[in-house]
Design a protein around this ligand. Sequence first.
Ligand SMILES: Nc1ncnc2c1ncn2[C@@H]1O[C@H](COP(=O)(O)OP(=O)(O)O)[C@@H](O)[C@H]1O
Ligand SMILES: [Mg+2]
Length: 335
Amino acid sequence: MKKPALLVVDDLSVEFTQRGGAPFGLGRRSLAAVNHVTLELRAGEALGIVGESGSGKSTLGRAILGLERASGGAVTFDGMRVSGGARADMERLRRETAMVFQDPYGALNPRMTAAQAIAEVLVVHRKVPTADIPARVDELLTLVGLRPELGARRPASLSGGQCQRVGVARALAVDPRLIIADECVAALDVSIQGQIINLFMELRESMELGLIFIAHDLAIVRRLCDRVAVMYLGRIVEEGPTEDVFRSPRHPYTASLISAIPEIDPDMVLAPHLLAGDPPSPMRLPEGCTFHPRCPKAQDICRSGQPPSERRSTGRRWTCILDTKTPANEPMEVS
Ligand SMILES: Nc1ncnc2c1ncn2[C@@H]1O[C@H](COP(=O)(O)OP(=O)(O)O)[C@@H](O)[C@H]1O
Ligand SMILES: [Mg+2]
């Protein structure tokens, strides 16, 4: 039987107001950082969120955990509505979820030892009786592959990979059911990245942890995630099982991101399809499909009107108007 969803994100939007140069708030403009995003995650499932810098990945992650105020839509965690929900529900969300951040040193207090940093979380969340804290700290250090002796060290005398493991141990200290990892291996050496990813894979299985793994590195997402969602200018433009999306991307933006991966499969038929330039500002979204100014396949119908609506087939969805004639399950031709 299919497990019920652990997390449902329904039509979620986050807007930021940016002040322009004009006085009296006249230059205020709003920016749609997250634009009508819908997602689901099951226990034990890993969902990758990819997209260029500025596409809204971090804001989405923060809004899911209630760290950013949503301007529309809803987040439901384990059946309870948490966005704009009751205080008690928000508190439960805080107790059962955790976020792991990019900067392994910056996320830790330099004056605290690794053991103190982990103990702090146990105390704040009243996870174990005071007398049991040291034993639980050792257990968590061991769980993330650190020798308990390292607990006595401060961040300055730990490596980047070790600090990131302490960050993961702090996240695990709340016994989370959902972890959102935001570019959490980007600052680490490749071999250390691999170790942290293996750690997440193990935890996901052993603890039925739901994982949202935000990354701009598609190769890592391919290794770790069951499904992948591709974001462009605040919207999800494609989502589906990772292997399907990598082998036959339906959206030209996904195709461009994939062809930029260096160590791509030799048997993949994708020709280079490189992304030129940067995405436009989310304050001035292009008309029609927001990707059209950079899309190698763009035609007149892509350049005006509403953004293309979602198309679906067998566990996949994407938003490209040019794909209407593609029969279900036929890969889009990428030239
Ligand atoms: N606190 C904020 N105030 C105003 N704009 C913000 C804020 N945080 C993010 N943004 C803007 O929202 C958009 C999405 O940012 P972000 O979620 O950080 O993207 P990503 O994580 O994909 O790089 C960007 O245009 C960014 O400049
Ligand atoms: Mg980010």
